[in-house]
Design a protein around this ligand. Structure first.
Ligand code: N1C
Length: 256
């Protein structure tokens, strides 16, 4: 009896976890389409099916980035040139800022990024279920189910980057341009100088950081860019951004 009740409890739990992920993904997808008046050509049910095929039945540490190719191709969205904003180690403040005004578009402001932001998922070899708990941690393996998704989605977002592009980096950490970050290891390497005109770095600083646009890691960033791209860096006090977040009526250009 104990074995049977454990089995019932366990299988029920697993069923629920995958089921609620499906509900979350489909409802986020529908919300995004409604709020952004995005083409109703996107079929949320189909997006779920294509998403699931990337990792279900696989070892959660063996999902390469290209497993998400079909998903990326299903959700192709036109880039909004001159508004694209990349970020590294500034996730919270960036999204507080972009949520209130539409001068910038991050990956999380696109359908794909909006749907997946903050979620955890994985499959299991020999199982057709989806799990949201008991998945490996981000640094446990190279071909990590969730990491591969962000690597793939970030690569597509960066390849599409066009016009004047911005990046918000963190001036309160040792290396604002961290080589292991997705921004440094994936995105910058995929910028296409034929589509892009410039990259402006906004370095978010606090009074005692001592970090400035002269930081050696930013020199490394500059070296990585195609010389055809115009590079600039502006140091912006965190308090200035926070001021702008609390006054959403301030025009974008007047923020700093
Ligand atoms: O490694 P990072 O930052 O440099 O990655 C940020 C970079 C952004 O420009 C985005 O375009 O890569 C893209 N990106 C996301 O959009 C995203 N949304 C949520 C990368 N990671 C993303 N996440 C989660 O944040 C992801 O699960 C991972 O754990 C962090 C990466 O943040 P980071 O190290 O600050």
């Amino acid at each position: 009896i104990l074995a049977i009740s454990l089995w019932v409890a366990f299988s029920h739990k697993q069923y629920n976890s995958g089921d609620s992920l499906k509900e979350t993904i489909i409802s986020r997808c529908q919300t995004f389409i409604q709020n952004n008046r995005t083409s109703s050509a996107y079929d949320c049910q189909k997006i779920w099916t294509v998403f699931e095929q990337a990792f279900v039945g696989k070892d959660p540490c063996n999902v390469p980035t290209d497993a998400y190719d079909s998903l990326i191709n299903t959700i192709i969205q036109d880039p909004i040139c001159n508004k694209m904003l990349f970020w590294s180690k500034t996730k919270h403040i960036v999204h507080e800022f972009t949520e209130k005004r539409n001068c910038f578009q991050t990956l999380e402001d696109t359908l794909l990024g909006y749907i997946m932001d903050g979620l955890t998922w994985c499959g299991k070899e020999g199982s057709n279920e989806t799990f949201t708990t008991g998945c490996p941690s981000w640094n446990d393996c190279v071909n990590h189910t969730v990491k591969s998704f962000w690597n793939r989605a970030s690569a597509a977002f960066a390849e599409a980057a066009c016009g004047d592009v911005s990046a918000m980096l963190n001036g309160s950490i040792a290396t604002p341009f961290t080589p292991t970050s997705i921004f440094a290891s994936i995105e910058v390497k995929r910028f296409n100088a034929d589509k892009m005109r410039s990259l402006t770095v906004f370095l978010v600083t606090q009074e005692n950081d001592g970090k400035s646009c002269d930081d050696p890691s930013l020199k490394n960033l500059q070296k990585e860019l195609d010389p055809k791209l115009k590079y600039s860096c502006v140091s912006v006090a965190k308090s200035t951004i926070q001021e702008c977040i609390s006054h959403p009526d301030t025009a974008c250009g007047a923020c700093w």
